[in-house]
Ligand binder design. Structure first.
Ligand code: OXD
Ligand code: MN
Length: 614
């Protein structure tokens, strides 16, 4: 296979529509990657059982104790393949400006040459699985189809959980549907160039990793990793990076947002979309057990939302996924009982610890660690060992419909109408517990200035503050400033029907370094204030940071908060904030002329208002 053939093929838009194109694409890549076998996945129960049995027999998966954790498995990755690799993730747009300063950019032809070389023979000795999937209910108004080619059976069984996968999608393609191509190899061929056979390992991967996106041709190529967002290409690669770029062209939104349905004690229902950076408790919020009587929170999605203006002029959203790929550590019966019951069976765990009885454990699952465990690397572990038993980014992969709090309309073909949008971050300082935006444009400013501390889901030192606009820093497939402009245009189109926008921060700390807000189920108190605002009931004080709950409007009864705590939660410190505006200025400056004027004028307005407060 020459790179000319691949490049020509890939740049034809029609190449990714219908069955003949799919067959040609599969044949092309099989010729390039040279697998022993090509297997078209039908998504059946029988297929799943066979793959799980094969992986258990080969040692790629450990079957958990069927009585304690029915139909569940543990995978252990190699220590060098435990998280998304942001510095190896590329947006290969024709023009570097279109990727923008927040993405790693490579020229498409240069990247294609490198990928062609790396993919050549990369599947030799392995099976190439063809995995057709739908993001969103099949045939739904906001749904899209993709096809992943992969040499990882772990990816196949995980994608079967995370998407609607298999034969029905092929029927759509037979009928002429467009599909997004996603190619994945773990990059560890089992034959040498001379044809000698090599032994396989439990978690094949390659020290070199490349996660490349070609927004113009809507292609994904992933090399060298078997883990999470690097390898389950339907998730971050398609549903966020490629979809955000499609959405930019087509007038919709693909966002890093959870979706919930909230029912108030008076029986009214509201749908909220909330963007939080990685590892800020999105799954906990999406599955919240409210502590306030009469309130019900139901789950629609925990990570990604696709949003579109509906025929009624409102903003409608779907969760394009069909499962949860949740962070296990920190998930316990006290913090997220719904997640604990979701993962009681039928779950694939990755990089958690194994108990002597053949069940799983991780930090935060129970207050006390069991005495003897096998840690995530397969080594004997006791509480004295001194290292975490589970990797901090250990995951569970489980079907959404196993969740006891799943909403009836979670897979509605048209999605749900959005009443409020929430932006959150993990901020020890400055950002109040909750604030309302003055209008859509101010809400876009909230989104653009979202910041959070570095976490284990991404690489890098934990605890360092980074701006994470719209919680999309690692996921926006095009220039982030154009994303803000796109949001402004969507707001104009929605006009009066636009959802109200809020900003929250559960993570404020006091001078002693302690979290002030209890979080978890008590976050319903903040949701209650938001709902009251939607109903026009709650009192608000307008400040430079937006509308804050007037004293007494947010119910904190029974939380044991002192007056000083409330000051900590809602303090507007002009000096600290002016220093923060300098940081925002530096962020905005990186976008040069692409920065929408509305954002620089909002920043100037914020500064002016803070100066007045001094
Ligand atoms: C995730 C992430 O895994 O945001 O959802 O990193
Ligand atoms: Mn996420």
């Amino acid at each position: 296979m020459t790179d000319t053939v691949l490049t020509d093929f890939a740049t034809e838009e029609a190449a990714h529509t219908g069955r003949a194109a799919l067959d040609a694409w599969v044949a092309n890549f099989a010729a390039l990657t040279q697998p022993d076998v090509i297997l078209w996945c039908d998504g059946s129960e029988e297929e799943r059982a066979r793959l799980l049995a094969e992986m258990t027999a080969s040692g790629a998966l450990i079957a958990l104790n069927h009585d304690l954790r029915p139909d569940s498995y543990l995978a252990r990755s190699t220590p060098s393949d435990v998280a998304r690799v942001e510095d190896r993730t590329f947006i290969c747009s024709a023009d570097q400006e279109d990727a923008g300063p927040t993405n790693n950019w490579r020229a498409p032809n240069e990247m294609r040459r490198e990928l062609d070389a790396r993919f050549t023979g990369s599947m030799s000795g392995r099976t190439l699985y063809v995995v057709p999937f739908s993001m969103g209910p099949l045939g739904g108004a906001i749904s899209q189809i993709g096809v992943q080619l992969t040499d990882s059976p772990y990816v196949v069984v995980s994608t079967r959980i995370m998407t609607r996968m298999g034969r029905p999608i092929l029927h759509e393609i037979d009928a002429g549907a467009r599909w997004v191509p996603a190619l994945h190899t773990v990059g560890m061929p089992l034959c040498t160039p001379s044809g000698a056979r090599l032994p396989d390992v439990a978690w094949p991967s390659n020290e070199t990793k490349i996660i490349a996106h070609f927004p113009e041709t809507r292609e994904i190529w992933s090399y060298g990793s078997g883990y999470g967002g690097n390898a389950l290409l339907a998730k971050k690669c398609f549903a966020l990076r490629i979809a955000s770029s499609m959405a930019h062209e087509e007038g919709w939104l693909a966002e890093h947002m959870l979706l919930i349905k909230v029912t108030s004690p008076d029986g009214h229902t509201y749908h909220l979309a909330a963007a939080f950076p990685s590892a800020c408790g999105k799954t906990n919020f999406a599955m919240m057990s409210p502590t306030r009587p009469g309130w019900i929170v139901e789950t629609i999605g925990d990570d990604i939302a696709w949003l579109r203006r509906g025929e009624d002029g409102r903003l409608w959203a779907i969760n394009p996924e069909a499962g949860f790929f949740g962070v296990a550590p920190g998930t316990g019966a006290d913090t997220n009982p719904a997640a604990i019951s979701t993962i009681r069976s039928g779950t694939i765990f990755t990089n958690v610890a194994l108990t002597r009885e053949g069940d799983v454990w991780w930090e935060g699952l129970t207050p006390e660690a069991p005495r003897n465990l096998i840690d995530w690397q397969g080594k004997a572990w006791t509480p004295e060992t001194g290292t975490p038993a589970a990797h901090p980014n250990a995951r569970f992969t489980v079907a959404a419909d196993q969740c006891p709090t799943i909403s009836d309309d979670w897979d509605s073909r048209d999605g749900v109408p959005i009443d409020a949008i929430v932006f959150g971050g993990r901020r020890a300082t400055n950002v109040p517990l909750v604030a309302e935006a003055e209008d859509w444009e101010h809400g876009v400013f909230f989104g653009a200035t979202t910041s959070s501390e570095q976490t284990a889901a991404a690489e890098g030192p934990v605890g360092i503050l980074r701006h994470d606009p719209f919680a999309m820093l690692p996921f926006c497939g095009y220039n982030m400033a154009d994303h803000w402009t796109h949001w402004l245009r969507i707001g104009e189109a929605l006009g009066e029907n636009a959802p109200r926008i809020f900003r929250v921060n559960w993570f404020k700390k006091n001078a002693a370094g302690k979290y002030v807000w209890p979080g978890f189920g008590d976050n319903i108190r903040v949701v209650e204030w938001i709902v009251d605002r939607l109903q026009g009931a709650a009192a608000v004080d307008w400040t430079p940071l937006g509308g804050l709950p007037r004293t007494g409007a947010l119910d904190v009864a029974g939380l044991g908060l002192e007056d000083a705590d409330l000051v900590d939660l809602f303090d507007v410190d002009p000096e600290l904030w002016l220093a923060e505006t300098d940081q925002i200025d530096r962020l905005f400056a990186t976008f040069g002329e692409r920065l929408p004027l509305e954002m620089s004028s909002r920043l100037a307005q914020l500064r002016g208002r803070l100066e007045e407060l001094r």
